[in-house]
Design a protein around this ligand. Structure first.
Ligand SMILES: Nc1ncnc2c1ncn2[C@@H]1O[C@H](COP(=O)(O)OP(=O)(O)OP(=O)(O)O)[C@@H](O)[C@H]1O
Length: 199
């Protein structure tokens, strides 16, 4: 469903990648690996449509990305967590829900899953880094997005948080979802077809 054809990305006259092609089907994970500065985040941003590739194209269901349908089907969780610091936990999730098709979990269920029950009224700026990550995960759970694009999803999480994230990723793929992600951690997604690209 997601197809990259001959993508190239150049930053400051340096070729980060060129002629990069891959495709991803439902139930699959694509793990982007590589050292710091190798271009993983740049590739994710191209896949999200936030940045143009210097060459090549990205297709979603055989159409170039950029359509309203693509943005309805895709969720990006990057370094900025995709959440508003000045709003409370509940306000952030309420806004996210209003902008999407409801997912498998209610807000209360998602907060329980990520162990943020009782934090509804807490301002995001008062959360720890790991709690902000957990809130990002809750945002994914309350909305129905086929494609998750995740930049270093395990950053700041404790061992239990990493395990929880991997369980939720596995569930997402088992239900036909797809994930493109970067990580410097080992992945443990039992039964999931994981493709790897090293940049
Ligand atoms: N906004 C920008 N303007 C110019 N160059 C940039 C910009 N963002 C990133 N770069 C450069 O592009 C290269 C790739 O950066 P990118 O963030 O894609 O790497 P990465 O593989 O995700 O790294 P990390 O593992 O450290 O997160 C780096 O050399 C970086 O300096």
């Amino acid at each position: 469903m997601l197809k990259a054809i001959a993508l190239s990305c150049i930053r400051d006259d340096r070729i980060l990648f060129a002629e990069l092609s891959f495709s991803l089907q439902q139930g699959q994970v694509l793990l982007l690996e590589g050292k710091n500065g190798s271009g993983k985040t740049s590739l994710l941003r191209i896949l999200c449509g936030f940045r143009e590739a210097d060459a090549g194209e990205v297709l979603w269901c055989d159409e170039r990305i950029g359509s309203a349908q693509y943005h309805a089907d895709m969720a990006y969780v990057g370094h900025l967590e995709g959440i508003k610091k000045e709003l409370s936990v509940l306000e952030n999730l309420t806004v996210a829900l209003a902008l999407s098709i409801p997912g498998r979990y209610s807000i209360a269920e998602a907060l329980a899953q990520v162990q943020l029950t009782g934090y509804d009224d807490a301002l995001v700026l008062a959360l720890s880094a790991g709690q902000k990550r957990r809130l990002s995960l809750a945002r994914l759970l309350i909305t129905q997005r086929l494609l998750w694009i995740l930049d270093e999803p395990f950053t700041s999480l404790d061992k239990q948080g990493i395990q929880l994230t991997q369980t939720l990723m596995t569930q997402h793929c088992d239900q036909g979802g797809m994930i493109v992600m970067t990580s410097h951690h080992d992945l443990n997604l039992p039964g999931v077809d994981v493709q790897r690209i090293r940049l």
